[in-house]
Design a binder for this molecule. Sequence first.
Ligand SMILES: Cc1cc2nc3c(=O)[nH]c(=O)nc-3n(C[C@H](O)[C@H](O)[C@H](O)COP(=O)(O)O)c2cc1C
Length: 163
Amino acid sequence: MKQIHLSELNVSSFSLFNYQWCLIGVAKHKVNAMTASWGSIGTLWNRPIATIYVRPTRYTHELLEKDDHFTLSFFSQQHRPVLNYLGSISGRDRDKIKECGIPYHIENGALYFEQADLIIKCKKIMVQPLDGKNIEDDIKRKMYPNGDIHTMIIGEVEEVWIK
Ligand SMILES: Cc1cc2nc3c(=O)[nH]c(=O)nc-3n(C[C@H](O)[C@H](O)[C@H](O)COP(=O)(O)O)c2cc1C
């Protein structure tokens, strides 16, 4: 993979998350990753940012609380089976990354999946549990029947890598 400047990145924030999916990866306390299809990239506080939404029940949520960095690795459709696997099993009690055999390396405490088309490395700059009181009733009923409301996590983009 080669590192590019942010200005060279030419993607749609909509299709990136909703259609391509990504793995949110952490490596500081334990190597783990979970599939995510909700998120966006953009600008805040004059900084390039990526925003992700993680339910508190995910093991990755616990690890993200303790980590300063995370990576977002976006894959082509051929890797859907792996992303489905990592998005349906928790790494809390097992090493699911090893089990599925997806190649990776760790650099400066960040997790890089070598088969990804795009990797965005972020420094965590804000963690904010969403407040159910402020969510439209219809969405709340459909998305949160168990009250497991997402935490919004904002990362400042530090590195962009493409295949
Ligand atoms: C396509 C897809 C998209 C997902 N998107 C999200 C998401 O944006 N936020 C979230 O909290 N969970 C999402 N999940 C569920 C987690 O990936 C799943 O619960 C995972 O097993 C959590 O792993 P962990 O317990 O090791 O963190 C998604 C799952 C799939 C298959």
